[in-house]
Design a protein around this ligand. Structure first.
Ligand SMILES: [Zn+2]
Ligand SMILES: [Zn+2]
Length: 121
């Protein structure tokens, strides 16, 4: 998935320059907020990135859901964000990909759990 395949979610007709590192929302250069060399769609997701770590980007929402469910049953709270939740993505016909995040400090536990379950490739 290349950002420039999509319109900015906030500006129809303007090509996206990046995908939000948290929620994968396509955003143009004017909308992107930078933090630690990553780009975000809004300040809420910039600050989210300071308190959470990305476990992985998965190639389907189904995989991301399975990961979140397995982490929760092993005591690690996780949140997932779907690429297909954004209108410009739906309009493009591409709906795969999802990110999973855990709180900072929980990444090692999450990775251990998922490796044991062979859910990380
Ligand atoms: Zn976002
Ligand atoms: Zn924009």
């Amino acid at each position: 998935m290349i950002a420039s395949d999509f319109d900015c979610e906030n500006h129809a007709g303007v090509r996206a320059a990046a995908l939000c590192a948290v929620c994968l929302k396509p955003i143009c250069g004017d909308c992107a907020i930078e933090e630690e060399r990553e780009l975000f769609c809004e300040d809420l997701h910039r600050t989210f990135s300071l308190t959470h770590e990305r476990v992985a980007t998965f190639s389907s929402p189904f995989e991301a859901d399975a990961v979140v469910t397995n982490l929760k049953s092993n005591g690690v709270e996780a949140q997932r964000f779907f690429f297909r939740d954004h209108l410009s993505v739906v309009l493009s016909g591409q709906r795969d990909s999802a990110t999973v995040y855990v709180e900072r400090g929980k990444l090692a536990a999450a990775t251990r759990t998922l490796n044991a379950l062979q859910l990380l490739s």
